[in-house]
Design a protein around this ligand. Structure first.
Ligand SMILES: CC(C)(COP(=O)(O)OP(=O)(O)OC[C@H]1O[C@@H](n2cnc3c(N)ncnc32)[C@H](O)[C@@H]1OP(=O)(O)O)[C@@H](O)C(=O)NCCC(=O)NCCS
Length: 196
């Protein structure tokens, strides 16, 4: 499990070599109030909504117009199990914040991320996916930066996610750290029944 570390976002933005490299870099400052003292936190938005739009990508922050069968296909394309769309619908209705990017040309979702939580202190990010045909051009970073910004804007500064080992390098520059101060994530795991 990775935790969002507001301190690391004070690092200057890394220059990117993405094909979606912004012509103008848009910065957004977010002040986070913690339970104890305000933590000034800066989240860099590496590509503006306008720049995304000019490249044919529309950003959405709600499930309106999101075709869940198409979303399911993106999940499957990256190796997630296909899930019942009725259950996906329910899960998204119980989601606090979500971001998705539509490819204008096809009207299909190509990038997605969502967060659940208590709306005040804690959030967990789930289902971070980019259609394999659109990976490596900054869309994953675009949705994650906005999702974190939205959560911080709500005053939620305990943000966690589960990361597969191969994507740790994607999350770290976004401000996530593994096992901060030795804190380890634990997941309930049902014991397999022994054959008798
Ligand atoms: C992981 C994933 C969401 C990244 O999305 P993406 O759009 O391809 O990534 P971006 O183009 O926005 O990359 C942003 C930065 O992260 C880097 N990056 C992307 N994937 C990376 C990886 N697996 N490991 C290390 N760095 C990575 C990019 O090089 C880029 O670096 P830069 O900003 O210095 O140029 C996408 O590859 C994906 O959907 N993978 C399959 C599903 C998955 O594993 N989801 C995460 C579940 S834990």
């Amino acid at each position: 499990m990775l935790l969002y570390n507001p301190i690391s976002t004070h690092l200057p933005p890394t220059p990117t070599a993405l094909s979606l490299k912004p012509t103008t870099i848009h910065h957004r400052n977010v002040i986070v109030s913690s339970q104890y003292q305000p933590i000034p936190t800066t989240v860099n938005i590496s590509i503006s909504d306008e720049s995304l739009k000019s490249k044919g990508f529309n950003l959405h922050r709600s499930i309106t117009n999101l075709n869940l069968d198409h979303l399911n296909s993106v999940f499957v394309a990256v190796g997630f199990p296909r899930r019942d769309t009725t259950k996906i619908q329910l899960a998204l209705e119980n989601t606090d914040s979500l971001m998705w990017i539509e490819y204008e040309k096809t009207k299909r979702p190509v990038a997605f991320a969502r967060a659940t939580g208590d709306g005040v202190f804690n959030a967990i990010i789930w289902d971070v996916v980019v259609d394999p045909n659109f990976q490596g051009i900054g869309l994953g970073k675009a949705v994650m930066e906005r999702l974190v910004t939205e959560l911080l804007g709500k005053g939620i500064n305990n943000i966690a996610l589960y990361s597969e080992p191969r994507v740790l390098g994607f999350y770290r520059p976004l401000g996530f750290v593994a096992d901060p101060d030795g804190i380890r994530g634990m997941v309930y795991s049902r014991k397999k029944k022994k054959n008798r």
